[in-house]
Design a protein around this ligand. Structure first.
Ligand code: UDX
Length: 437
């Protein structure tokens, strides 16, 4: 008989996982304590933007395999329960807040049937899975626990779930692995590498991967600083080192750095956990990675000041992009929005445009100006900042835009615009880690 699955927590991770598992043919029930989120999902609407996911959600709801509820007792029939709730950074520390993970296990425990498997997917500090195993041993000894970290990127969530580049399962026995192999059978048939690990290793794989990615980005941003000091060009440097397959050319895009709901909080929580484990020194370098990343934001603001004036209060600045990256409406720890807010706090009149993240950005920083179109955003601007590399910003008519602004100065904070096109359009073009021509 086909396994019945449940997904607890229906944010980016959970909503994607639920719809994708349903598309593999399983009956899936998604549960969340947020009634408004569940109501939206049950009607086939996503509370966030993710390419292709709303269509998949509607298709799976129509198939009858996918349902949503706020009632945990509805989970009683499920054989496998995926915990997909958030683990945000705590208010007053670098550590992760585990209250949603612990809360969902407590709500789930009374409904677990004998032989069922609880599978953690949330990103947690190493040691959490063992702690939850101990809790389960006393509250629901009839069930077992495994850890199956998720590596999905926003903007590619479906692809990364159905065609991941690896599947990692942390288990304590063969039966748990067999169940997970059954769940992921269609994905394994594609030749996806399968890695069985113990619980702490499975938890660590996720934070190690995100730390490596963050390090790669901060490395190239450190090189951008050096290029600026020495008169070099970081985009050429990145291309040249990227041809070495040991280095690789991905994640070497210099600019205003990383943000979002994962990388920043994951490296901080990893440092906090290392300290608890008595291994603080091993991750000291992540403090520098974080510092380089935040410095990229300051460097853009310094560049704005050097091009306009120290006192920005009489200047109008147009900001293209608010999301932490393109193909997303997520503004959590977005470098783009942070820079916009800092310029506003420094007295500038800031107007923001983003193809998808306007609503979220407005909610976060209502005091900023928001424009419905690029033209409206640029009207009368003293300087234009390109901070999220949406495709449409690469296809702009630069000569036409020049006629809208007060002074044609642009800073490419993502090294994604074509410099020649902007210079030909009459713009004074600047970018991080590159000489201004
Ligand atoms: C990340 C991981 O990639 C994913 O595997 C994990 O599961 C969750 O965290 P995500 O947060 O969706 O995914 O975004 P990602 O594509 O990794 O980008 C993170 C940030 O780094 C963005 O702000 C992006 O603009 C920035 N970035 C990325 C760079 O500044 N330069 C690069 O070369 C690449």
């Amino acid at each position: 008989m086909t396994l019945v699955l449940s997904v607890i927590g229906t944010g980016y991770l959970g909503a994607t996982h639920a719809a994708c598992m349903s598309s593999l043919g399983f009956n899936v029930i998604g549960v969340d304590t947020d009634a408004s989120k569940i109501a939206l999902l049950a009607q086939g609407q996503l509370p966030f933007y993710e390419p292709g996911l709303e269509e998949l959600l509607q298709q799976e709801l129509a198939s009858g395999r996918l349902t949503f509820s706020t009632d945990f007792s509805m989970l009683a029939d499920a054989d496998v329960h995926f915990i997909c709730v958030g683990t945000p950074q705590k208010e007053n520390s670098l550590a992760a807040d585990l209250s949603y993970v612990e809360g969902s296990l407590a709500a789930l425990a009374p409904h677990l049937k004998p032989g069922s498997l609880v599978v953690g997917k949330s990103t947690v500090p190493v040691g959490t899975a063992q702690k939850l195993t101990d809790i389960l041993a006393s509250s629901a000894p009839q069930a077992d626990l495994a850890w199956n970290p998720e590596f999905l990127r926003e903007g590619f969530a479906i692809e990364d779930t159905l065609r991941p580049n690896r599947l990692v399962v942390g288990v304590t026995n063969d039966r748990a692995e067999e169940i997970l192999r059954e769940v992921y059978a269609p994905v394994l048939e594609l030749g996806t590498p399968w890695i069985r690990a113990d619980l702490p290793t499975a938890e660590l794989v996720k934070v190690a991967a995100n730390s490596f990615l963050a390090t790669k980005i901060s490395f190239i941003n450190a090189m951008a600083e050096i290029c600026e000091a020495a008169g070099g060009d970081v985009t050429v440097l990145a291309k040249a080192i990227g041809y070495d397959p040991r280095i690789g050319n991905r994640f070497l895009q210099a600019g205003i750095g990383f943000g979002g709901g994962c990388l920043p909080k994951d490296i901080r929580a990893f440092m906090a956990r290392a300290e608890e484990l008595g291994a603080k020194q091993a991750l000291e370098f992540l403090r520098e990675i974080d510092a380089i990343n935040l410095r990229a934001r300051t460097r853009v603001i310094d560049l704005v000041r050097s091009l306009l004036a120290q006192d920005l209060s009489s200047y109008t600045i147009a900001v293209l992009g608010a999301a932490f990256k393109p193909e997303s409406d997520d503004v959590r720890d977005s470098p783009a929005l942070d820079i916009a807010a800092q310029l506003h706090a420094a007295g500038a009149k800031v107007t923001v445009h983003d193809p998808k993240a306007m609503h979220a950005a407005k909610k976060r920083f209502p005091a900023l100006g928001f424009a419905q179109s690029v033209e409206e955003c640029l009207a009368g601007a003293d300087l234009v900042l390109h901070l999220t590399e949406w495709r449409e910003y690469r296809e702009l008519d630069t000569a036409h835009l020049k006629t809208l602004v007060k002074t044609p100065i642009v800073i490419d904070g993502r090294n994604a615009l074509d410099r020649d096109t902007w210079i030909k359009g009459g713009w004074d073009f600047h970018a991080l880690g590159r000489k201004s021509l």
